[in-house]
Design a protein around this ligand. Structure first.
Ligand code: ADP
Ligand code: MG
Length: 354
């Protein structure tokens, strides 16, 4: 039974006791002083640069209280924030949790939320170091993550060079399909559906990011959280290059009954679907042979090439090239021109932000 909270201190006590710090494999604590004082003390590792990132996870924008299980909200708010650490080639160290909750959720909902958060914290070896808690009519979550990476090894978005091969991990569009399943509550038959699972319980590609950075294989890297058509232009702009990707190579979900039922097309899902938290990275051709086909069970697929010409082209099976138009998630995008079509489609499906 979840405890009944009468005040903020008892709530914080539950948070602290459910999310005890993780002792990392080197038997080494990055959190020298955790919850309970005015602030936490973080022990940085010598020879490393610290990685700092924060991420909102908001009811109504990123998840729905009546559709997303609290356990998944707890897991996902940490997992998706850690994806940015993975994308730098880093290792998570600790996190701060800023949480605003309606009063009626401080018992059962919070208890279940902390269960998911604790599992993610242990799985990804990242300790809760502190946070802030307050009351609000909607659930607002902000995660601040501290990670680290050996000095000089961080993989940025800006290192891609013409001729580099563009890779992506996993399958794209899977989480967006999972969102459709969750939204339409396709029933218990879909409980074990892998797309639903990927949407509710994403896994940041931490080991892959660290491996690429350690071996200095990737010249540029980022995570795909807003959809390939939105994120690839960001990597290319940061590197002052263009890209040519081959439609047939993009790893995507199969044309299952479910995809048809939800009125989606696997290529559209792969190009514009958000929330996948896969890694998009570039490798010089001479190093490409060092990349395995899969890394810890996750596929690594070459989807195209970086070009000097600063255009983003999608080439179909007949060699016909079209410009890639951003159609992924952007909370501030104006719905004009050709974007309107997909945005309208997304609005029709009431897609959530990533
Ligand atoms: P103050 O009022 O001085 O900001 P708080 O009462 O907010 O102090 O916090 C007391 C302690 O509880 C701090 O160590 C803080 O990091 C921790 N804390 C508060 N809210 C959370 C939370 N949501 N998750 C983790 N730790 C929290
Ligand atoms: Mg405070």
């Amino acid at each position: 039974m979840p405890p009944k909270h009468q005040n903020e201190d008892s709530l914080i006590r539950e948070i602290a006791s459910r999310c005890r710090p993780v002792l990392d494999p080197a038997n080494w604590h990055s959190v020298a002083l955790g919850i309970g004082d005015d602030a936490a003390l973080f022990r940085a590792r010598s020879g490393c640069e610290n990685i700092l990132t924060c991420d909102w996870f908001l009811e109504g924008t990123h998840f729905l209280r009546n559709k997303h299980p609290p356990d998944s909200v707890g897991w996902k708010c940490l997992a998706r924030a850690l994806s940015d650490v993975a994308a730098m080639g880093g290792t998570p160290r600790c996190f701060l949790l800023s949480l605003a909750l309606p009063e009626k959720l401080i018992d059962r909902w919070l208890h279940l939320f902390l269960g998911g958060l604790r599992r993610a914290s242990h799985k990804f070896q990242c300790s809760l170091a502190g946070g802030d808690t307050t009351r609000q009519s909607k659930i607002l979550i902000n995660m601040t993550i501290v990670g680290d990476v050996p000095t000089g090894h961080a993989v940025t978005r800006s290192g891609a060079r013409a001729g580099d091969i563009l890779y992506v991990s996993g399958r794209l569009g899977e989480a967006e399909l999972g969102l459709q399943i969750v939204r339409r509550s396709a029933g218990p038959a879909h409980k074990g559906n892998p797309s639903r699972r990927k949407h509710l319980y994403p896994e940041p590609r931490l080991a892959l990011g660290q491996w690429l950075s350690k071996r200095r294989l990737a010249t540029a890297m980022m995570d795909v959280s807003d959809g390939l058509s939105t994120d690839l232009p960001r990597l290319c702009a940061a590197s002052s290059v263009g890209a040519r990707i081959e439609e047939a190579r993009i790893p995507q979900v199969g044309t299952s009954d479910l995809v048809i039922k939800h009125g989606r097309n696997p290529m559209q899902l792969a190009l514009h679907g958000g929330d996948d938290y896969e890694l998009l990275f570039t490798v010089p051709p001479r190093k490409a042979k060092l990349l395995p086909k899969t890394f810890q069970g996750v596929g690594l697929t070459a989807i195209g090439k970086i070009t000097r010409e600063r255009k983003l082209l999608l080439v179909d099976e007949n060699g016909h090239a079209t410009h890639i138009l951003s159609g992924g998630w952007d909370p501030f995008r104006k719905k004009t021109g050709r974007h309107a079509k997909f945005s309208a489609h997304r609005r029709g499906a009431k897609a959530l932000a990533s």
